[in-house]
Design a protein around this ligand. Structure first.
Ligand code: TXA
Ligand code: MG
Length: 329
């Protein structure tokens, strides 16, 4: 069945149309990366600002040399050997053939090789690198299951390849190697600790950096319609007391709580309690965060309270997405 969808989707890409396909991180909405007209349709379908460049997905290193120019440095080669295929996006000098529509006029292009059989076969069958952002309307949570795809977006695509839940549920880590250091432009499924195996890591401060590290980072993101209040994590678990106080002081039956599995019995008065996965296991939280955010509006609560997680390992990417979802930077 999937083979049939892949064939149809590959043909649609060759014809300059849009497709939705799974990757190991989130679903992508893709088009032929070398066809400017096709790529512009992605921006229109998502309502994406034109100054936010796209990631180009490749299936092999031959396609890497098709869209980039110059020699890779030792650190870049190390990253590719260690993490590709996988959820790591590299920023590299772009080849002339890559349209400005893809890179928002930048001289660099974002590239990754997804670790998902369907995505790889689609790219191979289409015979071209595939430009694809996450398959959500701009500003909304990314889809981590075909069940969460937005009908308003699906109207605009030719073929959807359904493949259940994605593995990581959080987007790729975007990095650029500069002066012998790995700069993390967007935290993601590959952690700082993972990258340190290859070279020193630098995290640009978006507040002091003159140009936004990764153009997309300046926009509000991942937000459901439901109002969200974030209680920052502290290891004394004070955040639980603060959430309980909030419930006591407000009409708690209209208030939802999103919390780690370990705490679901702490909020009996809440109108709805949604589990985020196990605090002890950050991958379970990473893989359910967007699914939870995508499910909230159906519960029709006045507001949802959510607590943070320790900012270590995957916790950094989780907190980056949570803060954006509640409208903080
Ligand atoms: O896991 C993922 O990365 C998913 C799947 C579909 O591959 N894709 C994804 O794409 O998250 P998107 O468009 O939602 O995010 C791309 C990020 C944005 O923050 C964008 O600004 C940044 O990559 N980016 C793209 N090209 C860039 C460039 N040349 N320089 C710096 N940042 C760039
Ligand atoms: Mg996105």
């Amino acid at each position: 069945m999937t083979t049939k969808y892949i064939k149809q989707a590959a043909q649609a890409i060759k014809n300059g149309k849009l497709v939705v396909f799974p990757t190991e991180t989130v679903y992508g909405i893709g088009a032929n990366a070398l066809d400017a007209q096709a790529v512009l349709q992605i921006f229109a379908a998502k309502g994406r600002p034109a100054d936010n460049p796209l990631i180009v997905h490749i299936a092999n290193l031959k396609q890497l040399s098709q869209i980039t120019q110059g020699e890779l440095c030792e650190i870049e080669r190390g990253l590719i050997e260690r993490f590709w295929p996988g959820p790591l996006t590299l920023i590299l000098p772009k080849a002339a053939d890559v349209p400005d529509a893809v890179t928002a006029g930048l001289t660099t292009v974002a590239v990754r090789m997804p670790d998902h059989e369907v995505a790889q076969n689609l790219i191979l069958e289409a015979g071209t690198p595939v430009a694809a952002p996450s398959a959500n309307i701009s500003g909304r949570p990314s889809p981590t299951s075909d069940q969460d795809l937005d009908p308003r977006l699906l109207e605009k695509v030719e073929v959807v390849i359904p493949a259940g839940k994605t593995k990581f549920g959080l987007e790729s880590t975007v990095v650029q190697v500069k002066e012998e250091k790995i700069h993390i432009l967007r935290p993601g499924a590959i952690t700082e600790e993972d990258l340190l195996e290859i070279a020193p890591v630098f995290i640009p401060n978006p507040d002091t950096s003159t140009s936004p590290a990764s153009p997309g980072m300046k926009y509000r993101h991942y937000a459901p319609d439901s109002k969200l209040i974030l209680f920052e994590y502290d290891d004394q678990n004070h955040f639980i007391t603060k959430m309980q106080e909030y419930l006591r002081e407000h009409n708690s039956s209209r208030i939802g709580v999103i919390c780690a599995e370990e705490f679901i019995y702490q909020f009996p008065e809440a109108g709805r309690v949604v589990s985020l996965g196990h605090l002890k296991s950050p991958p379970t939280i990473a893989s359910s965060l967007f699914q939870v955010l995508n499910s909230l509006d159906a519960f029709k609560q006045e507001v949802f309270l959510v607590h943070g997680v320790p900012e270590q390992g995957l916790g950094k990417a989780i907190m980056n997405r949570m803060r954006k979802a509640v409208g903080k930077n």
